[in-house]
Design a protein around this ligand. Structure first.
Ligand SMILES: [Cu+2]
Length: 312
């Protein structure tokens, strides 16, 4: 069944949780196929059996046997089995067995009309304080990060819509939204979770393949809902560490004149990921890291010179 679904456009699943969800999908499709064929055949049978030529007068009593009741009951029982024995366990696992936060990669995603904001805690593993009152779109502070908070100093906020993940690690996404209800969906990971204003909902998964795919908003959230797409980039573990470190340095240097080389290499790394070449992506990311480190050193030297100039 799964093969048939794949042929009709059902994507492969690239998370450790995909197989269980795909198996439920297959069973649902099998039941629906049986129902479709069964009811279709019954419909054709009645068209012929009760055609006007054979029964010119309507029979007010109608059917007296109970076959339809039995088949309805059988369908109801099958649906209950599907729900209780197949769907509930899979769903319970998804919402209750959240991995230990200490061992997982915890990332915040804050939806907004019509972008995905991604927030990493940085090296200290502690998220800086955020406050809706601090949101300042003109200053590019889309999530209201309190920049005076010590824990916020090393937080990493990548370009909107770009979620970076390591392969084969448990990921916990703490999801919320700063305006209306959105729905965070990564079809290839079989992840879909509504984002509700005012609360933070955890959703988790374990990517099993490197590459780049789309994040969609699965909730009609306004007039530009269609353009609310993002990207999930699954790096090798080394590639991920280097990528995040590079982003941190670029953010610290905060001067494109110094970091443009590193930023170009990062872009090329993402292109390589998209082309399914994770080792090349890792190589380019490591190159970006050393370029970013050089840029930082260069800026420090220039900074010293600036100070000397001021002393003069
Ligand atoms: Cu949306």
């Amino acid at each position: 069944m799964l093969e048939l679904l794949r042929k009709s456009g059902f994507t492969e699943g690239y998370s450790a949780q995909s197989a269980a969800i795909d198996s439920v999908m297959s069973w649902v499709h099998i039941l629906m196929l049986v129902l479709y064929v069964g009811w279709g055949a019954f419909f054709i049978y009645t068209l012929i059996r009760f055609r006007q030529k054979k029964s010119p007068k309507a029979d007010p009593v109608g059917v007296t046997n109970h076959y339809s009741t039995y088949s309805e009951a059988a369908v109801a029982v099958l649906e209950i089995v599907l729900l209780v024995a197949f769907s509930f366990p899979v769903w319970a696992n998804r919402v209750e067995n959240i991995p230990d936060r200490a061992d997982a990669e915890v990332i915040r995603v804050i939806a907004q009309q019509f972008k995905w904001n991604i927030h990493y805690s940085g090296e200290d593993g502690v998220f800086g304080r955020t406050d809706p009152g601090e949101i300042n779109d003109l200053a590019l502070n889309f999530i209201g990060l309190d920049e005076t908070d010590v824990a916020a100093q090393d937080d990493i906020i990548p370009t909107q819509g770009h979620l970076h993940l390591p392969v084969d690690r448990d990921i916990i996404i703490d999801l919320t939204t700063r305006d209306v209800i959105h729905s965070f969906a990564i079809p290839v990971m079989r992840v879909k979770q509504d984002a509700i204003p005012g609360i933070r909902i955890p959703t988790w998964f374990t990517p099993t393949k490197t590459g780049s795919w789309e994040i969609a908003c699965a909730q009609l959230c306004g007039n530009s809902h269609y353009e609310m797409k993002g990207y999930v980039h699954v790096h090798t573990q080394e590639g991920y560490a280097a990528y995040m470190k590079t982003l941190a340095i670029i953010q610290e240097v905060d001067d494109y004149d110094y970091t443009y080389e590193a930023e170009e290499s990062l872009k090329k790394a993402l292109d390589a990921l998209k082309a399914d070449d994770a080792s090349k992506a890792e190589e380019l990311t490591l190159q970006a890291l050393s370029q970013a480190e050089d840029a930082q050193a260069e800026q420090e030297v220039a900074g010293d010179e600036d100070e000397e100039w001021e002393d003069w």
